[in-house]
Design a protein around this ligand. Structure first.
Ligand SMILES: C[S@@+](CC[C@H](N)C(=O)[O-])C[C@H]1O[C@@H](n2cnc3c(N)ncnc32)[C@H](O)[C@@H]1O
Length: 687
């Protein structure tokens, strides 16, 4: 049962202070924006509801791309190996900027594939290996910053770009190298003009494998044979050479592979896949033409069944490593029937690019791994088609109206491209789609509030994108990895869009978090509900509540729900969402979970159940200590980072809790990310 609900537990005025729509409107009036049009009513699903949604994109570790010759790259890209280890990102948002230092070749006019190849050959030629050469332990498990990722790939990638990627697949098919997938569809020979058939990965595959007696004797460039034991948290194959861990992108559990050593560290080696000697039955051809270039999806080369098994193993490994629980029972990962087209949101960097002999064009995409160059991901196969279409329309309108962008041609294009590269310009296009409502929310992130030609922009976008329910500018003057700045100005339509999950309707401001994969979100929340096993008498805290979605899902089964969220607009949305769904036992508070929960506990609140769904960084120590002091009967931990999950659980296990169940849920198919719902209860003896 829950505790005292005396006045001292009532939130302070400051806590209650929400940035209401009214206040926001007032602020915006000052900035000269038009008042928002009346909110549209939700439309029927319109066929979009069968696809799911979202996933965060992993952050890339700087300079961690494997080295190899062009031929090696072709081979390994086809085998899914041309990617560096990447850490995941937080909250489903991909950082606005590249996470690695600008490479020396960034100014050259090369395609991503060419530039990648160049870097590879430089490394093989003995160029210093970038990235972690400090001998520090493998950083991939450390829960890197935010990321939202969208891999790419559909039909519209620029021909030259896709040709390069396709040629990788073609080259691998030409080699007959054992174990590599045959292309599922024919690749035109013209796609790779002048490319010779694969000739042994620059000699690496043909070279005899090195077999030094000791892992310490392994040198850069050595080719070693490794049996892959598991998939790592960044989607890489993990094996051992003379008992030293080896991380090999593109290798799959139980495969025996030849790999060329790229980095040697005290505790691990990084190596590049050059040949699969024994192939996994889970190996498939990655369908996306920019797989291995854009970096959004890490495990497209693994069958979906294989991905679900790999994700379970990632969770198991984390608990074993960080919580000393090697025989923890983990339920099979809950997957999707159609693990594509699922993301409901895209956040794409945008630039105006010079096209030889013609007008400039607008490119929107993700930063190529290890570079400042944007990879065009139009047609991305994990984005919902409605999102892809909306991005295309927005690009077309920006181009047609010659709206300035904050970035010129990242490949060092013409300086005479009008209006390119200005602070007044658009930096990022954010499109969110309501799978049930059919609405599209468009937000343009700019560095200053004075984006020119706003009236024309509104008019053209309304015409081109009739399903657009609201258009906003978000002003972010800072060069940080975060996409959004703190100020959002509504230019037209609703300040917040609506969508629904099950029978709940939600209002979503541009900056507010909403799960990216709606189909899987319902499974996730149902898992939480079943785990909480509420009887109607409990006080529940929904920490890190976003727009209140989990709390509102649980509210009909609880006596009281209190949500905590740091983003003011999300708290305002959550409050509105409680009202519009008639959940009058749910209240939402603005603040940091690690500040508010201890304060409430100090004031006497004793929640029966605490649910926490933090960003990838996991739970703050103060929050964990408060759980141990407040002693809820149940703690339901929804986590998108198995490493921080296991580390946080260890603190609770040491403090008198035990794990009742762990249910991985695949929110982000084709990526190495995995969500898990872990239920902790007080040990009998600790009660
Ligand atoms: C992974 S999202 C989960 C949101 C929500 N539970 C859902 O399912 O949509 C994490 C949320 O935590 C919020 N957040 C981040 N740091 C926080 C903190 N220190 N205290 C409270 N909320 C925080 C973010 O703004 C985001 O809305």
């Amino acid at each position: 049962m829950s505790e005292h609900k005396d006045k001292s537990t009532t939130p302070s005025r400051k806590e209650r202070k929400l940035l209401t729509a009214k206040e926001e409107k007032k602020k915006n009036r000052g900035s000269g924006k038009k008042p928002a049009a009346p909110k549209r009513s939700a439309k029927p699903a319109g066929g979009a509801s069968d696809s799911a949604s979202a996933g965060s994109r992993p952050a890339q570790a700087p300079g961690d791309r494997p080295a190899a010759s062009g031929a090696q790259r072709r081979l390994s890209a086809a085998a899914g190996g041309a990617r560096g280890a990447r850490g995941p990102s937080a909250g489903g948002s991909r950082p606005a900027g590249p996470r690695s230092a600008k490479p020396a070749d960034a100014g050259e006019r090369l395609t991503p594939a060419e530039r990648y190849e160049k870097r590879q050959s430089e490394r093989v030629a003995g160029a210093p290996v970038t990235g972690s050469t400090s001998g520090k332990p493998y950083a991939g498990d450390k829960g890197r910053g935010p990321t939202s990722g969208q891999p790419y790939a559909g039909g519209k990638v620029k021909a030259a770009r896709t040709a390069a990627a396709r040629s990788q697949v073609q080259a691998s098919a030409d080699t007959g190298a054992q174990g590599l997938p045959k292309p599922a569809r024919p690749h035109s020979a013209a796609a790779a003009p002048g490319k010779k058939p694969y000739a042994g990965a620059g000699g690496a595959a043909a070279r005899p494998a090195a077999s030094p007696a000791d892992a310490e004797q392994v040198k850069l460039g050595d080719v070693i044979v490794v049996t892959i034991k598991r998939i790592g948290i960044n989607g890489e194959g993990v094996g051992y050479f003379r008992r030293k861990a080896v991380f090999i992108d593109g290798a799959i559990t139980n495969e025996v592979v030849k790999a060329e050593v790229l980095e040697t560290h005290e505790k691990f080696l990084k190596a590049k896949l050059v040949e699969v000697e024994k192939r996994s039955p889970d190996r498939v051809e990655p369908p996306c033409p920019v797989f291995g270039i854009c970096g959004g999806c890490q495990i497209q080369h693994i069958s979906y069944e294989g991905q679900l098994r790999a994700k379970l193993e990632i969770v198991r490994e984390a608990f074993s490593r960080y919580a000393n629980l090697s025989d923890l029972k983990i339920k099979p990962t809950l997957g999707m029937d159609h693990p594509w087209d699922y993301r409901n949101k895209a956040q794409l960097q945008v630039e105006r690019r010079d096209v030889k002999g013609s007008k400039s064009e607008i490119v929107a995409g993700l930063y190529e791994i290890g570079s400042h160059e944007i990879v065009d991901i139009s047609g991305c196969p994990i984005q919902h088609p409605q999102v892809n279409r909306a991005i295309d329309r927005v690009k077309a309108v920006l181009g047609e109206l010659n709206i300035p962008l904050s970035k010129g041609d990242s490949r060092g294009g013409r300086s005479d491209i009008k209006d390119s590269g200005t602070r007044k310009g658009v930096r990022t296009i954010v499109v969110r789609s309501g799978f049930q409502s059919g609405e599209i929310q468009v937000t343009l992130v700019t560095e200053t509030a004075d984006l020119p030609r706003q009236e024309e922009l509104i008019e053209r976008l309304r015409l081109e994108l009739p399903e657009m329910s609201g258009l906003s500018i978000n002003v972010n003057p800072l060069k940080t990895p975060l996409i959004f700045g703190e100020r959002t100005i509504s230019l037209w339509g609703s300040e917040a869009m609506s969508d629904s999950l099950g029978d709940l309707n939600f209002t979503l401001s541009p900056r507010a978090f909403f799960q990216l994969n709606p189909e899987q979100t319902i499974k996730l929340y149902e898992t939480v509900r079943a785990a909480a096993a509420l009887t109607g008498k409990e006080t529940v805290v929904d920490a890190y509540c976003g727009t209140g979605t989990i709390g509102l899902w649980l509210a009909p089964y609880a006596a009281e729900v209190r949500g905590i969220e740091i983003i003011p607009e999300a708290v305002a949305d959550a409050t509105r969402n409680a009202e519009q769904n008639g959940r009058d036992n749910a209240t939402f508070f603005e603040g940091e979970a690690e500040e508010l929960l201890p304060r409430w506990a100090k004031d006497g609140l004793r929640p029966d159940v605490i649910v926490a769904d933090p960003p990838r960084t996991g739970l703050d120590r103060k929050f964990l200590e408060t759980i141990l002091r407040a002693k809820p009967k149940k703690f339901v931990y929804v986590s998108c980072n198995p490493s921080t999950l296991a580390k946080d659980c260890k603190v609770l296990l040491d403090g008198g809790y035990e794990i009742q169940s762990v249910q991985p849920v695949d929110m982000f198919p084709q990526t190495s990310q995995v969500e898990a719902v872990t239920v902790l209860v007080q040990k009998e003896t600790a009660k």
